[in-house]
Design a protein around this ligand. Sequence first.
Ligand code: FE2
Length: 309
Amino acid sequence: MPKLVINPRLENNIRLIDYRKYANAGLERQQELMRWYEGGDLLVLTNYRFDAGREVLSRVLFPNEKRAKKIMLHCEELDHGEPPRKAAWDVAAEFLPACNVSPEEFRTAVLAANQELITLVDALFPHYRYDKRLCIYNLSEMLSHNLHFDSPQHADAHTQMRAFVNLDDFPRIWNISRRLEDVSSEFYHKGHLEETIGEHPREFTRRLTHAAFGDRYDSGGHFQPKHAIAFQPGEVWFLNPNMLAHEVVYGRRLLDAVFLFDQACLLDPDRYFPQIVKRLHQQKLTPRGYWWRKALKSMRPGRSAKPKA
Ligand SMILES: [Fe+2]
């Protein structure tokens, strides 16, 4: 169970999901999970502990440098939707000697963890047909990454199932705050979000994050209500991080699943990220105002529809 400090002045969208009830469950429970996930809730799995590979992986600690922080480690034995990336395995091999873990031990642990993760996601969300199952290892120590919404490159082409596994033997500590819809409603004009119409939808969340929370180093600089969460060793949680503001307070050794699927698999097609962004623009500008700005942008690509104040 995660340790929680729930702020009574903030909507509580954390749901504790009993693995025994929801794994390989019937259609009704599958749809319940999809509805919560697509709605932007944080789902934390209870009565389940992720142990595959952890004995070895919790002894591996890579330096906190960019190329060592998010390593996509795929195994040819599994269906990742793409072959293993040799360059990623080479980066891991470079840092392993300092951890006193052999390449064979490491590879066996990663294979076990990836297999377990794929089985787990399929048991809980079998309706989504995944084109890619990206297993991303962040085996470094992370301290303080300010509140933000994720803004992934794939946001305009795929939707994503994101699962997070705390591989460490110490809790991973997050804060979460408000939903995308609430924050964008408050900061739409301050952030000049209309200027992102016609651009990649990630620009919407990038600009909104900056307007509402500041940059990644600005923790606490812009007051926002938060819940605090300590995810326990071996704990697994699910969240679409485009949809809920979140902050990493502290964490080591994370397995981050980015499983990509086509929007047609969504329970609610309106929950496709570009559609959500479009709707948020239309709520502020009216559908006609949105259409007009989009037309203007297409006539003047690369230029903002309105100068900054
Ligand atoms: Fe994030």
